[in-house]
Design a protein around this ligand. Structure first.
Ligand SMILES: C[S@@+](CC[C@H](N)C(=O)[O-])C[C@H]1O[C@@H](n2cnc3c(N)ncnc32)[C@H](O)[C@@H]1O
Length: 283
């Protein structure tokens, strides 16, 4: 699972080199032993089972049920499937416990791995709706909410926006920072989930939700928008169970644009899905 990177200390590089060669071998051996021990007890590494659960099981079962199932209903179906696959009771219990208690960590690890995978199938170019919506706007201060590997942050920064952003997937934030540095751009990024982000008050001219949505009370987010500032959002209709629920999340703002269209997703395997596109302005 992804953990925060430790700060580098000031160790002699030669000692460090010898140590790292020896310790890397020891560590590899230890990891292999632990992994084998886990497998011997019928345990699947967390990243492996969560990848299968998220990309195969969850998608299929939610699609069959028109994205109407609660987490607990999905877990129940998952447990039944594992049982029919002959997985031991203790392993089923372990996976359900992890899904219930470590979901955020499993998910940020999943996204970190995804961003590091050169074959990952998502739109690496900036979001097209965002590009259309900021065309001709005076650059100001933007927040990229759940910025992933920074494709949209980099785009906004290249137009002259001051860009702030956050995402719990550490590898994504690191990729964005590296790319920004290579391009001579500055990004203000944090590797945290929204629940740990300090939004502040009336800071942003633009808040972008590109295939993300707020998981904290919406008022906290809207308070950080300047008067006259806008929210730009694109996501799938499956993000919330009720089709127009996302629109009502922004009821306190002036809705400038709202549509649900069938189009190619930036995510979701680049399939055609029902997509919400919304722009809302704070008075
Ligand atoms: C489908 S990706 C979209 C990434 C990016 N906005 C883009 O369009 O390229 C969803 C992102 O939301 C992030 N995420 C998940 N939970 C989050 C949370 N609680 N707060 C902020 N970001 C979160 C994930 O780590 C992932 O990078």
């Amino acid at each position: 699972m992804t953990r925060r990177l430790k700060k580098r200390g000031s160790v002699d590089p030669k000692i460090c080199k010898q140590w790292s060669a020896r310790s890397a071998a020891t560590l590899a051996l230890l990891l292999a032993t632990l992994l084998c021990a886990g497998r011997a007890f019928g345990q699947k590494p967390e990243c492996e089972f969560y990848y299968e659960y998220r990309t195969v099981f969850l998608e299929k079962v939610q699609e069959e049920n028109h994205w109407s199932l609660t987490n607990e209903q999905v877990f129940e179906k998952y447990a039944a499937k594992l049982k029919s696959d002959g997985i031991s009771e203790s392993e089923i219990a372990r996976r359900l416990r992890l899904l219930r208690t470590e979901h955020a960590a499993l998910d940020s690890d999943y996204y970190s791995r995804y961003y590091l995978d050169s074959n990952a199938n998502f739109n690496h170019a900036p979001n097209r709706f965002l590009m259309e919506m900021v065309k001709g706007l005076q650059p100001g201060v933007a927040l990229d909410y759940g910025m992933g590997q920074g494709r949209n942050s980099i785009y906004l920064a290249s137009l002259g926006w001051q860009v702030w952003g956050f995402d719990p997937a550490e590898a994504g934030v690191a990729i964005a920072q590296r790319q920004a540095k290579d391009l001579g751009l500055t990004l203000h990024m944090a590797a945290v989930p929204d629940s740990e982000y300090d939004f502040g008050k009336e800071r942003f001219d633009l808040i972008l939700f590109s295939w993300t949505m707020p998981l904290v009370p919406i008022q906290k987010v809207l308070d950080s928008l300047k008067p006259g500032g806008i929210v730009v959002m694109e996501c799938g209709t499956d993000f919330l169970r009720s089709r127009n629920a996302m629109l009502h999340l922004f009821d306190s703002l002036e809705i400038k644009h709202y549509e649900i269209v069938r189009d190619k997703s930036d995510w979701e395997g680049r399939r055609e899905v029902d997509i919400i596109r919304l722009v809302a302005k704070k008075q």
